[in-house]
Design a protein around this ligand. Structure first.
Ligand SMILES: [Cu+2]
Length: 215
């Protein structure tokens, strides 16, 4: 008789385990819930780069957002502290602002091996966003939709760098439009789709130190 009772017991045990797994999968989990909100359907739809000034340009700041649309990625830039006029504005190969002059961002992001050109040219670097134009107060805004950019595959801009240059990009000089030095560099990261962060962070409650060595 042991064989006849063993089999049903195993089946019941398996059914209980399966039910537990289903219940776990269906239950809301704080961490995975937030993860799903950020990447609905596993697809990233928004990214952001916060610009950090290079060593000799402490007044330059701004943000650049990248949002997936049906016809490409919408690029919205809002940058302050520039000299009036056009400034070269590109996506560079590396999201690496560690060098004081911004050169650690590398050259233009060019995964398709094309020559440098303007953003409307059929043959261009993926990173060729052209220029942004600062007004007399040094404030530059840009709002374009660029079909050459993406969030997936070889042309994905995630993790790359955004660079604002000292001079105008002439849209033809190789390899980078003779746009001069680098005023600010940002890293393109996955954006938090939630509400904006509070202006003032809550003050953390200090944890009393525990003495572990004898007096
Ligand atoms: Cu550049």
């Amino acid at each position: 008789m042991p064989a006849k009772t063993f089999v049903p017991t195993l089946a019941v045990g398996a059914a209980v385990s399966l039910a537990a797994m289903v219940a776990w999968a269906q239950a809301p989990h704080a961490t995975t819930g937030a993860h799903h909100a950020m990447m609905a359907g596993g697809t990233i739809t928004k990214a952001i780069a916060v610009l950090q000034p290079t060593k000799d340009n402490p007044g330059v700041s701004g943000t650049v957002t990248f949002t997936q649309t049906g016809s490409g990625i919408q690029v919205v830039a809002d940058i302050h502290g520039l000299t009036p006029g056009p400034h070269g504005f590109h996506i560079h190969e590396y999201g690496d602002p560690h060098s004081p002059d911004g050169m650690s961002a590398g050259g233009h992001f060019n995964p398709t091996g094309k020559p440098h050109a303007g953003p409307t040219s059929p043959a261009r670097h993926v990173g060729d966003l052209g220029n942004i134009e600062a007004d007399e107060k040094g404030h530059a805004k840009l709002d374009i939709v660029d079909p050459a950019l993406s969030f997936a595959g070889p042309t994905s801009i995630l993790g790359r760098g955004v660079v604002v240059h000292a001079k105008a990009d002439d849209l033809k000089s190789q390899p980078a439009g003779n746009a001069g030095g680098r005023l600010a560099v940002g890293v393109i990261g996955v954006a938090n789709p939630g509400p904006a962060a509070p202006a003032t962070l809550p003050t953390p409650t200090p944890t009393p130190a525990t003495r572990t060595t004898p007096k």
